[in-house]
Design a binder for this molecule. Structure first.
Ligand code: MN
Length: 621
């Protein structure tokens, strides 16, 4: 429809060029005008009034009258088209505005694929929202907890930088790699982020390696994710299937559904707001081809939730977890660099995976027991599968030549029945009970109250552990994660109590790079749990007590395992805690601040004596 008015304009201008063609020509045009509009441009079009003015031959008078008549018709139709066009334009621009509140996403905007290569966000550049739109931008941000306005400005197939290490760019991979199905679970995802994920998979994967894309809708409520999505993906050049969960089932069960209906030899799970980069797939599949018990993750690059800028992730961090069983990134330790002889293009063995993005051989996924279907919605499943892979004879790697971007959010846009906290606690309890043996105490003592959460029946999972003859958690800590935040060996796990004041060290829920506190002992674990480890660190979760100046202060820094300012010598007879580097003793709270302990020259006074109590957890959980 919108192309036709253009045809009208062309008719007029071409016509004016044909003015000298003479009457015969014009008569033919006569007939053309009565035929269908489509032939007007290619056939000789009619003349217009300004050209007829120059014709002086009186014999052409009649012709002239007829020409006026034609021109009136032409002008009238042109006007109608112009008005129609403006109407259509107005209609659509209005619609943009009224759609904002209800449903963003504007399905069917084909122009999103052909935007200029210097358009917003191209090359992974940040999108800047003009001042006048920033209020609207903030409103829209709340819908998905990322900058939806920016996302909608960016082409669905935008270009991205090649962020790979130089050594990755010319690596060769075997021809006969296994084919993969890509399974993407979504719940109320934005149209643009979901389809940018899909387009990036299609555009940056060799189609010979792509069996299909499976989109699993976990009971989304947004209309554009229903029929419109199905219509859209039908047109794509790779088979894309959309399956729906009947009710809200959560990531874990939705992924299991997607895996069960997919057919590729490898299953690749992606989040619904990702962008794959050049060469992302081949190195993942190549590792699985070498050993099907290897589960592989790409480097997860950061797509800014504020600007959608694409930022390369580091190949120098890998996955770990803290005492609260939160997944965390930590620096790749020297031993892992040494094992790879310093070649950063070789895959990193990682203790845990972030969870959103990985590839696994279909048969191996079955063999090791897929996911724990007793877990709800989301949370803990990534550590569960990580522990299971390692303890039951598999390998978990980050393939540093594969980069996939992910929109990291500061807050979750999802709501769950019962609230996120309880669900994650339940999942984490299942994880701890099945896989962590006695080391589950670190989790329980730092999270008081979690032991009251019902974790359901785990007999099938413990039976699985038995059947696969999986190794104990201590083996995992010793061999796979010696730099773990949970110490393999330790002298104490519990409170550290001052003999004179009877107060306890307390992290006061402070964060990294803040001072450690001291407070009345409450005996409830949580913030007053410290472990004095075999490496002679005093740690609370993944933070270590650290002193870098004479007379303090005592800071909580990320444990670096290099002794240095984090080395403390406990004397079980004198009850002193000597900071080795400064040769000073941990003392009660300073006079300036009654809630902060200090280090002072050792005096052998009672204020420098400390009792390290081992945890006693209630026997029945
Ligand atoms: Mn995500």
């Amino acid at each position: 429809m919108r192309a036709q008015p253009l045809g009208c304009y062309a008719t007029i201008s071409v016509g004016s060029q044909l003015v000298t063609a003479g009457g015969n020509r014009m008569r033919r045009n006569d007939e053309d005008l009565t035929s269908e509009g489509g032939s007007r441009i290619s056939d000789a079009p009619p003349l217009c009034w300004w050209s007829t003015l120059h014709i002086r031959d009186p014999c052409q008078h009649l012709d002239r009258m007829r020409r006026f008549a034609y021109c009136k018709v032409v002008l009238a139709t042109s006007l109608v088209w112009v008005m129609l066009d403006m109407f259509i334009l107005l209609y659509f621009s209005e619609c943009n505005k009224c759609d904002d509140k209800k449903e963003r996403g504007l399905p069917g905007r084909e122009d999103a694929l052909v935007r200029p290569r210097d358009g917003p966000g191209e090359g992974g550049k940040p999108v800047v929202i003009p001042k006048e739109n920033q209020e609207k931008m903030r409103e829209m941000f709340k819908i998905n907890q990322f900058n939806l306005m920016a996302s909608e400005m960016i082409a669905l197939n935008r270009s991205l930088p090649d962020v790979r290490l130089e050594g990755c760019k010319n690596k060769l991979y075997p021809d006969n790699l296994p084919r993969t199905s890509v399974v993407i679970v979504f719940h109320n995802e934005a149209w643009t982020t979901l389809l940018r994920t899909v387009h990036s998979v299609i555009d940056r994967s060799p189609h010979t390696l792509l069996e299909e894309i499976v989109l699993v809708d976990d009971a989304s409520e947004r209309d554009f994710l229903k029929r419109q999505l199905e219509q859209y993906v039908k047109k794509l050049e790779v088979p894309v299937r959309v399956v729906r969960m009947e009710q809200r089932s959560g990531l874990i069960r939705a992924r299991l559904k997607g895996a069960s209906i997919s057919t590729g030899q490898v299953i690749t799970f992606l989040d619904a707001h990702c962008e794959c980069t050049t060469g992302w797939l081949e190195p993942l599949l190549a590792r699985i081809k070498q050993d099907k018990r290897t589960v592989v993750c790409p480097i997860i690059d950061v797509i800014s939730d504020d600007t959608f800028e694409y930022m390369a992730g580091s190949d120098m961090t890998y996955g770990g977890f803290n005492w609260k069983l939160n997944f965390r990134w930590y620096p790749v330790p020297q031993r892992e660099m040494d094992r790879r002889k310093g070649d950063r293009t070789l895959p990193v063995r990682t203790p845990t995976m972030a969870g959103g993005l990985f590839s696994i051989d279909r048969d191996y996924f079955q063999e090791i027991g897929t996911y724990d279907a007793g877990m709800d919605i989301w949370g803990g499943e990534n550590l569960e599968i990580s522990f299971r892979i390692w303890q039951c004879g598999g390998t978990l790697e980050i393939v540093t030549c594969s980069h996939v971007g992910h929109v990291f959010r500061k807050a979750t846009p999802y709501t769950f029945p019962g609230g996120t906290g309880q669900i994650i606690n339940k999942n984490n309890r299942r994880l701890a009970e099945v896989w962590m043996d006695e080391f589950k105490n670190f989790f329980y003592i730092i999270s008081p109250g979690v032991t009251k959460v019902d974790y359901g029946d785990i007999t099938s999972r413990t039976a699985l552990r038995q059947k696969l003859q999986c190794k104990p958690f201590s083996w995992y800590l010793e061999n796979i994660y010696p730099d773990s935040q949970i110490p393999r060996h330790y002298y104490s796990l519990g409170e550290i109590r001052n003999v004179e004041t009877n107060q306890c060290l307390d992290n006061m829920a402070r964060k990294e790079n803040e001072k450690v506190g001291i407070f009345n002992c409450h005996g409830m674990g949580g913030n007053q749990v410290f472990s004095y480890t075999a490496n002679k660190e005093i740690r609370t979760d993944d933070l270590c007590l650290d002193v870098s100046k004479l007379n303090g202060p005592v800071m909580m820094l990320k444990c670096h395992h290099l002794k240095g300012n984090q080395l403390w010598e406990y004397d079980p007879v004198k009850l002193t805690l000597v900071h080795v580097n400064s040769n000073q003793c941990l003392d009660k709270a300073s006079e300036e601040d009654s809630q902060v302990p200090s280090v002072r020259d050792c005096t052998h006074l009672r204020s420098q004596q400390w009792l390290l109590r081992n945890v006693t957890l209630p026997e029945v959980f």
